[in-house]
Design a protein. Sequence first.
Length: 372
Amino acid sequence: MPFLDLAAQHAEVRAELDGAFHRVLDRGVFILGPEVEAFEAEFAAYCGTRCAIGVANGLDALFLVLKAWGIGPGDEVLVPANTFIATWLAVTYTGATPVPVDVERTTCNIDPTLLAAAVTPRTRAIIPVHLYGQPANMRAIRDVAATFGLRVLEDAAQSHGAEMDGQRAGSLGDAAAFSFYPGKNLGALGDGGGITTNDPALADAIRTLRNYGSRRKYHHEVPGVNSRLDELQAAFLRVKLSHLPRWNTRRAEIAATYHTRLARTGFELPCVAPGMTSSWHLYVVRHAQRDLVREQLTARGIDTIVHYPINPAEQPAYASLTLDPAATPMAATLQHRVLSLPLSPTMTDADVERVVMACRDVDAELSSRTVA
Ligand SMILES: *Cc1c(COP(=O)(O)O)cnc(C)c1O
């Protein structure tokens, strides 16, 4: 059982993807043309925001928002202690410093009750990550941000279509960054990223930044970068966006089955907070004997992945910050416990049952060993 079967997903929409490819090839416009424009409008509508801007990848999406807000050297940005390193790197790229905040035991998302204590006179923004697809507690996070005059940038790379109180991820902060990396809920056939916001001035600044700081060809207002979404990728994303609701529904069904069928085992199951709808980018269980479980599942033909085995604070890349992992104890523990089970929208009920039976089998075997 593969962890994610992208080939099966693409086979379902193969004719439409072929059509998109030929449309772009025949038109002969490859950079910042009608496909990007149409995708931006469609994605903004999907997220419920006024604006969306296509960029080259999720890391750039995060970076460009911070840059447009003028965040730079001497500034601090609050980030969760347990995320993919891109969340931190975007801050580092601006010259500012990422400041880790520990996460909730239940949701693995940034703990809003710890934010105020992490704020200093240098703090400019918070980047909550909607980890595994469940929105962070944006109600509480926005309250803290309002109290201290901070901006909120959602890292929505894992949460296309997730909701809090009926509002979509991407519309829950001052701006949001999405990744369209192939393995995300909405993935391109290569790299891609996007930003959503209700602030047209911010959108305009990012459109300028992503294209060499230029609004008019060969006129450069600011030292921008080259971070554009390709026409081809935008055309593919338009096809896949039209299927995203159906694919997300199937993800939720699979998650519900895992939830029922793995109850009362040694696996600690993901829990969704009131008012939240996860996009189920990942179904992440916890187990005290995670590495053994993983090995035994592999032996039974079940692929799993650990998201993430080493927190950014413990990566050599961040050695210079000399962070103490014990200062964020929940994140420090989670990295040894979490395990992501296979989750593809194309999995059949029989596929899901195969994973369930393997998990139950492994769990029973390990717990009998513990007793003996
Ligand atoms: C995937 C991901 C990113 C980065 O996206 P890329 O498109 O790979 O640059 C950022 N944050 C989180 C939480 C992610 O999962």
